[in-house]
Every structure is written in structure tokens, then in C-alpha cells.
Design a protein around this ligand. Structure first.
Ligand code: F6P
Length: 358
């Protein structure tokens, strides 16, 4: 039977989104199905006229699978249940959105998103009685029940490369170089890149620290004969008195940022070093996917379509123990997957002499 499936990307972009879409389109095409791409996440369905286009295998010829970003566009600030209106008010536009989606005569929806997007998409599709499949993507890697989300591995590669580039300049100037990375409330990027990039100190939201302990580690590195230190800090790390470093943007959207600068000032007070901050920001997202993300994206895109073929819905595709499986969306969004302070990678880091400042 011929079907029409809708697909959208939702939330912050990351590397590998185009590769997920390519895999889903190629698999759907092999079954004789059509994929309709919705533009700008759910927001595209609230535009007048709604924004969508048919995605064909030929759309993914050439470089698209290799490119960062999303050819469909996305949004992480237009929740249809609380949609920002031009007059500054918020409006529930979920019924409007569902009516538009139904008018497109799609059989089911594949949403490529993170936990926040899944929450919204799951609510919407339940309310509209629409069949839904989720594909996890986020540089933060904070989606539960999948070992990895699309985009994480490439973001870690960028952060690791940044540490590699900070090392020679740190050594040349006898400095502490502090790298602030994204990750929202999960410290996965900092932990992975910190180990891979040879950091002396890793600061993550899951492990409370003291400035004095970081200073102690840095001075001990100096005593050991090395003239510089590398510190990686996750954006959601708080000040020792529990204050979050955040910026409030126009429209009230709050984002993390600034903890590295704060810590550099403090460390210069507590050590004999100069300290400089680098905020890596969105370069962790707007990058071409590495091979691991292309592979994960391809396997997940294929599986999403196959779940629809099997008539399994309300599921999230997941990578577990070197295999693609599916789990209930409800279970996946229950908890945010954060770093386990007693887990294997924290143990590995400590065994390498890396300090968490605790
Ligand atoms: O969730 C992905 C993420 O990149 C976070 O790591 C970061 O805190 C946030 O999005 C930044 O959002 P924006 O693109 O709106 O600045």
C-alpha cells in the first residue's frame, strides 16, 4: 500500500540531520512511499500557507548527506502549545497545527528531535491521533535510553579539536586555557572531549566543585614541570554559590553562557597564572557530520521507516549495545540522561589524574 509520511527536524540543529532524512527518504522510496518534509519544525505548519515540500531521493544526491544543518530548517523557540505571537502574548496553536497536518493526508510523522521536541511532538500527535516515530538528535546527548543521539559525536570532535588548538597557545604563554562547551544540563560533551583532548580539569554540572580545588590541581601540574593547564567547562556549571550564568535574549529566551569568563577571573586570583576563556558555542553544531554520526543517522533513518512499515508507533529509535532498537517515547522523555558521577568515564578521567574540582 502506498503511504505518505511527514518528516521534520525540531529543536537546535546539529550534524547528521540531513543524513537521517536521506536514509528515511531512500528507505521509504524503496517501499514506494512518499516523504513530505515540513519546513522549520512544527512552526512551518503554522505559517500561512504551511511550509512543506516533497523530498525525493534525488534531493540527497551529492553533498547534502555530508553537510551540517538541516535542509528543512528548524526551530527551538516556537512551542505550538505556547506560541509566541507578534504582540508578545503566547497562544496555544496546537489544534490549528493538527488540522493542517491532517489536511496534508500524511499517514504518520517522523520527528527528528531532542527530549523537549519529543515531549511536544508526542503531546501533539496524541491529541491529533497521528502516528509518531522519534529519531533522537542533540549535541547534548541527554536523551534517555539511547547510548548516543545524532550530532553528539561530531560536537565532541569539534570540542576535542578546540582543546588541541588551545594547547600550543597555552604552552607558549604559560597560561590556563579554559574552554566552555555546550551541553545544557548534561556534561557529556565536556567529559568526552576533556578526556580525549587531554584536559587537566573537567567541570560538569553533575559534580560540584570548589575554586580552591581547581587551583590546587593547576599548581600541582606546574610543580610537576608543565607550564600550562587546560580546563574544559560545561556551560551549565554554576558558580560556587549556586548562580547560573545565563543570558536572556529578546523575547525572554534564556540560554547558558559566561561561566568560563567568571572562572578565569577567579583562577587568576587563586593561582600564579593568567587565564583566558574560549566559548565554543554554535560551531559545535554547524559542522559537517563525522563518520559516526553519518552511520548512526543512516541506521536510525532506515529504522524509523521500518517501524512504520511494521505498524509500530509511539516509539523512539535508539542505539543500544551496538544495535538499533526502539523504545517507548514516553519512557525516553521521562528523565534527562546526565553524566553518572560514579560512571565509567568519570572513573577513567580520575584515573588519568584529571580533576573535577571536587
Ligand atoms: O540543546 C542544544 C543546544 O545547543 C545546547 O547545548 C545549548 O544550550 C542550546 O542548544 C543553545 O540554543 P540556541 O541555539 O537557541 O542558542
Amino acid at each position: 500500500m502506498s503511504k505518505r509520511i511527514a518528516i521534520l527536524t525540531s529543536g537546535g540543529d546539529c550534524a547528521g540531520l540531513n543524513a537521517v532524512m536521506r536514509a528515511a527518504v531512500l528507505r521509504a522510496d524503496s517501499l514506494g512511499w512518499e516523504i513530505l518534509g515540513i519546513e522549520n519544525g512544527t512552526a512551518g505548519l503554522l505559517d500561512d500557507p504551511p511550509r512543506y515540500r516533497i523530498l525525493k531521493p534525488s534531493d540527497f544526491d551529492g553533498s547534502v548527506m555530508r553537510r551540517g544543518g538541516t535542509i528543512l530548517g528548524t526551530t527551538n523557540s516556537r512551542n505550538p502549545f505556547s506560541y509566541p505571537m507578534p504582540d508578545g502574548s503566547k497562544k496555544d496553536r496546537s489544534d490549528e497545527l493538527i488540522a493542517t497536518l491532517k489536511s496534508l493526508e500524511v499517514e504518520s510523522l517522523i520527528g527528528i528531535g531532542g527530549d523537549g521536541s519529543f515531549d511536544i511532538l508526542n503531546r501533539l500527535t496524541k491529541q491529533g491521533d497521528i502516528k509518531f516515530i522519534g529519531v533522537p538528535k542533540t549535541i547534548d546527548n541527554d536523551v534517555s535510553l539511547t547510548d548516543m543521539s545524532v550530532g553528539f559525536d561530531t560536537a565532541v570532535a569539534v570540542a576535542t579539536e578546540a582543546l588541541d588548538r588551545l594547547q600550543p597557545t597555552a604552552a607558549s604563554h604559560d597560561r590556563i586555557m579554559m574552554l566552555e562547551v555546550m551541553g545544557r544540563d548534561a556534561g557529556h560533551i565536556a567529559l568526552h572531549a576533556g578526556i580525549a583532548g587531554g584536559a587537566d580539569v573537567i567541570l560538569i554540572p553533575e559534580i560540584p566543585y570548589k575554586i580552591e580545588n581547581i587551583a590546587k590541581k593547576i599548581e600541582s601540574v606546574k610543580k610537576g614541570g608543565r607550564n600550562f593547564s587546560l580546563v574544559i567547562v560545561s556551560e551549565a556549571v554554576k558558580t560556587p554559590d549556586g548562580k547560573k550564568h545565563q543570558v536572556v535574549y529578546h523575547g525572554g529566551e534564556t540560554r547558558y553562557g559566561g561561566i568560563a569568563d567568571y572562572l578565569c577571573v577567579k583562577l587568576a586570583e587563586h593561582t600564579s597564572y593568567e587565564a583566558r576563556a574560549t566559548v565554543l558555542g554554535h560551531v559545535q553544531r554547524g559542522v559537517d557530520p563525522g563518520h559516526t554520526d553519518r552511520l548512526l543517522a543512516s541506521a536510525m533513518g532506515v529504522k524509523a521507516v521500518e517501524l512504520i512499515a511494521e505498524g509500530k508507533f509511539g516509539r523512539m529509535v535508539a542505539w543500544q549495545n551496538r544495535n538499533i532498537v526502539d523504545v517507548a517515547i514516553e519512557d525516553a522523555v521521562k528523565d534527562c540522561f546526565t553524566v553518572n558521577p560514579k560512571g565509567m568515564l568519570v572513573h577513567t578521567a580520575r584515573s588519568l589524574g584529571i580533576s573535577f574540582g571536587d
